[in-house]
Write a protein that binds this ligand. Structure first.
Ligand code: MAN
Length: 498
């Protein structure tokens, strides 16, 4: 069979020299010119990858692989596949292409690469379609250019917005740093004046007795009633969970009752999510129990032991709790009333403990805002900070019976179930992690592949592994100018209108 094929090949390409060897780019012709043995006049040639292997010139394209790199068989599929050496189709009227040699003469017209049909030279069954295909290409090119122009204009708008956002943040950051400096100086001087006045203890007591007393009682009543509510709900939830646990253990999976199956599935998800959330913190009932007990003690101790202008009668933990409630109430005053806000121009000239506390709280909140701004300014928002412009943007769609909500640089939800929180940007991919736990599986997570497009849209969702999701989102933020090579690589032939 091989001998027959070689014979056919040789008869087709009897006249072998650099310009008639099939499968090579014209720029390689020189490499395929024959050498002539001066004594015998015989033409010979050597493998391109290993010049020590010398062949008769007619061994090129004889359908027998002689060179380890396959260079002696550019026009046949005799050599093992080498991605460096492919069959060249000239595709006159369109663009030249390179086809894997194992696809030669396999009965398939590989028009995507060889629009001239030269890959099926044995049968000659593939007519040259380069003219029609090139027409399609020109149409595609025009559309792609139009689209990319629109996308790049939108990208520029987003880039400007990102720049503006960054500038605003930087301005706010600088302004807060200045404020902080001033307020720290102010705090120093208040502390000094308080020390000089020596009235720290009296001021504290006065504040405790006159201001906190009604709040402590109210606090106790509220905590107790909240605790009872939570306990009631908790009992109801436990009851409903026991009913549903009975259902998932005893339902008959062979009955194709969709409502039951869906409920079982959802309850399993609920249980997995609950498992995931259990580690998140202490049981709220226990916290409320502790608070109820402590607020009761506080209220009792207050009535029993405190009278204005008397010294504080300390009980275990009282100091800590006083400080806690005192700070929260003072803080809530601060938040409620903007007039009291130091930034609105108030000065703490009296040097009382209350003033110091207010200023300390304000400095604390300034510091926390400053550090979150610093974090934000240092975060990776991609080239030219471009992703900053879309970080509050959400896209959504329905796929496979689920509704998906995807927040750029925020989080992703599948019908309200958390798929993941944004973690990082990696090669134009957004990585989301730490989603709700899967029933008998990992915590959900997602990868968002960004593709250039004129709008921001979620175009596809898949779940390649259980609870690991893959999203394709188009957005102008990843658009770049396109080259002719990109266009050729991305162009797809419409075979229906060929
Ligand atoms: C839900 C969905 C699915 C997921 C299963 C795993 O039905 O989140 O995407 O595969 O849970 O149990």
């Amino acid at each position: 069979m091989k001998v027959l094929a070689a014979f056919i090949l040789l008869s087709i390409f009897k006249k072998v020299n650099g310009s008639s060897i099939i499968g090579i780019n014209p720029s390689e012709r020189e490499l395929y010119e024959p050498n002539v043995n001066e004594e015998t006049g015989e033409e010979y040639w050597h493998c391109l990858g290993d010049p020590s292997i010398i062949l008769r010139y007619d061994q090129i394209n004889d359908n027998y692989c002689d060179c380890p790199d396959g260079s002696d068989e550019p026009g046949t599929n005799a050599c093992p596949y080498n991605p460096e050496r492919k069959f060249y189709c000239s595709n006159d009227g369109h663009f030249p292409g390179y086809l894997e040699n194992f696809k030669l003469n396999d009965g398939v017209c590989d028009y995507e690469v060889c629009c001239d049909g030269s890959d099926e030279y044995f049968s000659g069954k593939c007519e040259n379609k380069c003219k029609e295909i090139h027409k399609q290409f020109l149409k595609y090119k025009e559309k792609a250019h139009r689209e990319i122009e629109t996308s790049l204009v939108r990208k520029q708008t987003l880039a400007n917005k990102a720049k503006e956002d960054r500038m605003k943040l930087q301005e706010r950051f600088d302004e807060l740093r200045k404020k902080l400096e001033i307020q720290e100086l102010e705090l120093d001087s208040l502390r000094k004046s308080l020390e000089e006045n020596g009235n720290q203890d009296d001021a504290a007591e006065e504040l405790v007795y006159t201001r906190l007393s009604p709040h402590i009682k109210e606090l106790h009543t509220n905590i107790e009633s909240e605790r009872n509510n939570v306990q009631d709900y908790s009992k109801k939830v436990t009851y409903l969970e026991s009913v549903l646990s009975h259902l998932i253990e005893n339902y008959n999976p062979n009955f194709n009752d969709l409502a039951v199956k869906e409920s079982v599935h959802k309850f399993q998800d609920y249980l997995s999510n609950k498992e995931g959330n259990m580690d998140a913190g202490k049981d709220p009932l226990i916290i409320l129990d502790t608070l109820t007990e402590e607020s009761k003690q506080l209220s009792y101790n207050h009535e029993q032991s405190f009278k204005p202008n008397e010294k504080v009668n300390a009980v275990p933990n009282f100091g800590n709790m006083m400080h806690y409630y005192y700070s929260s109430i003072v803080q809530s005053y601060l938040k409620d009333s903007d007039e009291n806000h130091p930034s609105s121009g108030q000065r703490y000239s009296s040097g009382s403990l209350e003033d110091i506390q207010k200023l300390e709280n304000h400095i604390e909140s300034l510091n926390s805002e400053i550090s979150s701004l610093a974090n934000d300014l240092e975060s990776d928002y991609g080239n030219g900070d471009i992703f900053r412009s879309i970080r509050h943007l959400w896209v959504n769609t329905r796929f496979g019976g689920y509704g998906y909500n995807l927040g750029f640089l925020d989080s992703i939800y599948q019908d309200g179930v958390l798929i993941g929180k944004y973690s990082k940007l990696e090669d134009n991919k957004l990585i989301y992690k730490l989603g709700a736990k899967c029933w008998n599986g990992p915590q959900r997570s997602g990868i968002v592949e960004l593709i250039c497009g004129p709008s921001n849209d979620l175009i596809s969702v898949s779940e390649p592994e259980k609870c690991e999701y893959y999203f394709e989102v188009i957005s102008p933020v990843v658009c770049e100018e396109i080259t002719e090579e990109d266009l050729i690589a991305n162009f797809k032939i419409n075979h229906e209108i060929l």
